[in-house]
Design a protein around this ligand. Structure first.
Ligand SMILES: Cc1cc2nc3c(=O)[nH]c(=O)nc-3n(C[C@H](O)[C@H](O)[C@H](O)COP(=O)(O)OP(=O)(O)OC[C@H]3O[C@@H](n4cnc5c(N)ncnc54)[C@H](O)[C@@H]3O)c2cc1C
Ligand code: FES
Ligand code: FES
Length: 455
């Protein structure tokens, strides 16, 4: 496949297999070896580069996704004579030891400072949470970013804001055909022909493709279909395009104001480089019981909009899942959008995730919760938990205990709902946690939400 991209301000035309990873294109075809391979699965950040202004893990990105885009790597930031302020600060603070992780950490820091001036310590830690370092220790790295933030920033120069090239409609190579439709109708027609795997952000698929766990004959990439991107209002609902990257949802003021439990959940998915690419459509169709963006959709009583060449239908997020990694979606259907009714004013919302660490951790348990207080009475209580059974579930028994309960009785209600929640979930022991821990934490998260309603 022919791809064109701007790399560090230079226009590059290449002939590469469409599924070759951007990391390998940079290292092998362009001799830009700053980006490193650590885990190869999006977990360590050693391969991080900036794509169209956003941090991405180049080990997850198929080359065809870089066509028409602007790529910045560590080589494009500065020279030894004229380093970028971030590079200079890493040296000044002694934040470099073996150096293997440093290109990724520098690119993550650069992406943060391009986005916001003077970030707080917690923001710096959040922005670097997907970058692992085995030898320097993070305190020096955080100090380096603080130092760089105080220095005058350099303009990045001669790159266009976005690629000016038109997209190929389809590309073949590597025994795979990649379809890049630009309209929903076109996408549905391609899907109707069968044998095509849909690609959202490729954060799940990228790992499977690279490891050879899946080897589809054809891919249908949604990244250029405008109808499945963005957030808009339809009546009393927010309609979220299924292929909208999490990073866009995190910045959307309507989502932040009206759907804070979804906003909070999205912030916990992976780390910034995963949020730049990952989507709600992928989270839903992947069907993991530990998916973080899914419990808020059940708690908010959202509907999943499925579109095919034959027409459109909506199913409730609760009815979307039929079993472990199984959904009602037919092979000829796309998840086009998620329709989320905006809750009544004053509805309290919460999302909590218990994981091994703050970033890149699959939930041991997560809980999204919504409730409204009307005349001292709890109304429209909805609780949805993940990682506690084969699918994300509504905690119906606990919800029934709370519905209509009096705020004056919150302490008793919290205890009763927590006990019911512990009983109704069906967790298992696995590598991440135990059945007992998961039951206990589910109850505790429910109790914590209920007692928080008193404030
Ligand atoms: C390092 C790392 C950390 C992660 N951390 C988390 C985490 O903390 N929490 C979490 O929930 N997930 C996490 N994930 C998983 C992943 O990022 C999410 O599930 C993400 O939402 C997947 O979205 P995507 O668009 O990248 O999906 P893709 O990889 O593009 O696709 C996933 C599946 O969905 C299908 N699909 C995608 N979009 C559509 C659509 N619109 N219509 C029909 N089918 C579609 C694809 O065919 C594929 O089967 C992590 C992944 C990685 C690699
Ligand atoms: S090599 Fe670890 S995230 Fe890419
Ligand atoms: S400096 Fe060695 S891994 Fe970070």
């Amino acid at each position: 496949m022919k791809i064109s991209m701007w790399v560090n301000g230079v226009h590059r035309d290449l002939e590469v297999p469409p599924l070759k990873r951007l990391l390998d294109v940079l290292r092998e075809d362009l001799d830009l070896v700053g980006a490193k391979e650590g885990c190869g699965e999006g977990e360590c950040g050693a391969c991080a580069v900036i794509l169209d202004g956003r941090l991405v893990n180049s080990c997850l990105l198929p080359a065809y996704r870089a066509h028409g885009r602007v790529v910045r790597t560590i080589e494009g930031l500065g020279t030894p004579e004229r380093p970028d302020p971030v590079q200079a600060a890493f040296v000044a603070e002694g934040a470099v030891q073996c150096g293997y992780c440093i290109p990724g950490l520098v690119m993550a820091s650069r992406a943060l400072l391009d986005d916001e001036a003077g970030p707080s310590r917690p923001r710096i830690r959040e922005a670097l949470a997907g970058n692992l370092c085995r030898c320097t220790g993070y305190e020096r790295v955080v100090r380096a970013v603080e130092l760089a933030a105080r220095a005058p920033q350099r303009a990045c120069g001669d790159e266009p804001a976005a690629g000016p090239w038109s997209s190929p409609q389809a590309s073949t190579g590597d025994d795979v055909t990649v379809h890049l439709p630009t309209t929903l109708r076109e996408a549905c027609e391609l899907l109707a022909r069968g044998g095509v795997t849909v690609v959202g952000g490729a954060t799940d698929l990228g790992v499977l493709l690279h490891e050879g766990i899946v080897s589809p004959a054809a891919l249908l990439d949604l990244s250029r279909v405008a109808e499945v991107h963005g957030v808009r209002r339809e009546g009393g609902a927010l309609v979220i395009g299924a292929a909208t990257p999490y990073a866009d949802l995190m910045r959307d003021p309507d989502v932040a104001r009206d759907l804070p439990c979804l906003h909070e959940a999205v912030r916990t998915v992976g780390a910034p480089a995963i949020q730049s690419l990952g989507t709600l459509g992928g989270n839903l169709v992947n069907g993991s019981p530990g998916a973080d963006a899914v419990p808020p959709l059940l708690a908010l009583d959202a509907r999943v909009r499925l579109v095919s060449a034959a027409g459109e239908r909506e199913v409730s997020a609760d009815a979307f899942f039929t079993g472990y990694r199984a959904t009602v979606r037919r092979d000829d259907e796309l998840v086009a959008a998620v329709v989320v009714p905006v809750p009544a004013a004053g509805t309290r919302q919460s999302f909590r995730k218990a994981g091994t660490r703050r970033a890149q951790a699959i939930a041991k348990v997560n809980l999204a919760a919504c409730a409204r207080i009307e005349d001292g009475t709890l109304r429209e209580v909805r609780l949805a938990a993940g990682s506690v059974g084969p699918t994300v579930v509504l905690l119906r028994v606990a919800m029934a205990i709370l519905e209509g309960g009096r705020v004056a009785d919150l302490e008793r209600l919290a205890g009763a709902a927590a006990a019911a929640a512990r009983d109704e979930v069906t967790p298992i022991d696995d590598v991440r946690s135990t059945e007992r821990y998961r039951r206990e934490v589910t109850g505790n998260l429910v109790a914590r939400f209920v007692t928080s309603l008193s404030s």
